[in-house]
Write a protein that binds this ligand. Structure first.
Ligand code: SIN
Length: 198
């Protein structure tokens, strides 16, 4: 399956040498940064909801047994809470590789918690990428997450760490919480020993 978006993302925005760019993270980019940043601030964007609708073949699953990770779906009037990072252009080499399984960089306006705004980039996996899985019942999504594991660790840990990170920001996401509530009991070991970064 050719889903690698690295080359496409490289052409999507051009950055000036000394530019600083805000990045909005709403999934693993909240709880596992793994890259240098100049500033980090809680923020939100509007018009989107966080959904476990993207397949993960490279981080929290395998090509044979994909996991599920978050993407953003458009929804009028919705607000999605996350974390904003002020970064230098060279960090996109790392980010494009990390988010290569179907995610494209989009421009968005974010709102910081003090009400001020900034332009930002956000990685979104939209429905026409080959790894997209789309909606399913909470039980089906949670069951798939409970069974999947990949080079970045168990898929269930991605879900629970995201829920914990949101709680740490004083936010709850009903979709994320519903999936945590549907997770079957934890019995599987991390067979990949968490060797990758997301
Ligand atoms: C993000 O966190 O902003 C994108 C999805 C992910 O890396 O989990």
């Amino acid at each position: 399956m050719d889903i690698d978006t690295t080359a496409v993302n490289r052409l999507r925005q051009r950055f000036g040498e000394h530019e600083q760019i805000w990045l909005f993270g709403y999934g693993s980019l909240i709880f596992k940064a793994g890259f240098p940043y100049l500033e980090r601030k809680q923020a939100s964007i509007t018009g989107h909801v966080r959904r476990f609708w993207q397949g993960s073949h490279d981080h929290r699953g395998t090509p044979e047994f994909p996991g599920r990770v978050v993407t953003l779906a458009p929804q009028a009037g919705a607000t999605c809470s996350g974390m904003a990072y002020l970064i230098l252009p060279e960090v996109f080499d790392y980010l494009d590789h990390r988010e290569k399984n179907g995610y494209l960089r989009f421009s968005t306006t974010l709102t910081f918690d003090d009400g001020s705004n900034a332009q930002a980039l956000v990685y979104i996996a939209d429905p026409d990428n080959a790894a997209y899985l789309g909606p399913a019942t909470d039980t089906a999504i949670a069951g798939q997450i409970a069974a999947a594991s990949g080079p970045s660790g168990r898929n269930r840990d991605y879900l629970t760490e995201l829920a914990d990170a949101l709680a740490g920001l004083g936010k709850t996401d009903p979709h994320v919480q519903a999936l945590v509530d549907c997770l079957p009991p934890d019995s599987s070991p991390d067979t990949f020993n968490n060797t990758d970064s997301r």
